[in-house]
Write a protein that binds this ligand. Sequence first.
Ligand code: HEM
Length: 400
Amino acid sequence: MIDYHPLSETAHGDEIWPLYRRMRDEAPVYYLEEFDCFFLTRFRDIWELLPHPGISVANGQTTIDLLLGQVASRGKGEALASSDPPYQTALRKAIMKRFSPTSARGLEGRTRELVRGFVDDVRERGRLDAIGDLAMRLSVRIACTIIGIPLEESDRLADDVNTFFERDAASEGTTAAGQDASARLFEYVESLVAERISSPDDGDGDLVDALLQVEIDGRKLSQEALLGTLQLAVVGGTETLPKVFAACAYRLWQHPEQRARVAADPAGLAQDAFWETLRYDMPTQMLGRTVTRELEVNGTRVRPGQKLMFLWPSANRDEREFADPDRFDVERRAPRILSFGHATHRCLGAHVAQMEGRILLEELLALDPEYEVVEDEIVRIRSEFFRGFSAMPIRFSPRN
Ligand code: HEM
């Protein structure tokens, strides 16, 4: 019998992989009455369901709050990630330009300059944390740049984002401190918008400007939609990228031959190595939807009001989609993965995130292509939502 529970300890360790495999084989649409929710583990089921008009995010719940009925943050109504088409399609279209491949390319120079500065800060030390010293400092600054937040605010915002996702044994889902951090982020974007409205010339075609200008069906965005979307951009833009980069540094260290190949040809392989890490070590365990019209998933009927949870890491290692899925291979170049989601809510930051990941990796390998991970000092995340690392200590000898 399969014994899966989204809040169980199993989710943190490597025991999860054989369990996911059994779920894919024996119960790909796994039901838990406690939450009236189906947990999907196969790539194709999730991929085909994501564009379905019978699933909704309109109650603002897609994380563990979908199961626990928590309201973890304000400003959900009509925000990008908590609204459905056609409204969401129009909102997305209006801000898409800030996240396009061209915009990502436009941020490359700034990204490299920032990463080189962070590397210089630790060069003398011979040690760095791939998250705290490099990737998180970068991701929050790039998110702030896209949004239009002064960079002086970035480290404080990153602290709040971290606190929002921290878990403790005493509570399920978001902690009280996490709710406070989320409220502070919301208040911060509220003050940012108020300031922008009182001195409208400050913005330079950034996301705040774009959102202030959007009209959908002749109506400006509601305050909740505006602030909720900005808060989402701070959180989404900051949180996940560092975890993937830490995993990438770790996997390459575990596979020195592959690392040597990437170091010898970073222009050709750094992007592919980051892409393979996204597949292999997707940090986000699950996101879900509420069903609004009766539908069928792989032969199982699902009724309106019931919930669906997509177990992304399982889908990314589905042997029906990927040959030898538990093998890490920087040259795999999988034509499609689920780490950025798919269809309606596909990650808007996907181009930016890949650019950040590539440059971080290039600069780490330029610093020392034979860096050592300090394995016994790695800090692993304990959360139902993220799996992976919150600190990835690295020892290096600078090559120049
Ligand atoms: C490696 C890093 C990242 C990963 C793995 C990731 C993953 C995801 C996933 C899976 C979704 C879809 C959620 C769903 O279907 O419910 C999503 C949505 C989103 N992401 Fe990312 N993300 C990353 C980085 C970023 C960055 C850097 C930004 C912004 C600069 C960003 C902004 C967004 C936004 C705005 C959405 C909502 C899109 C919508 O609802 O239409 N993400 N992300």
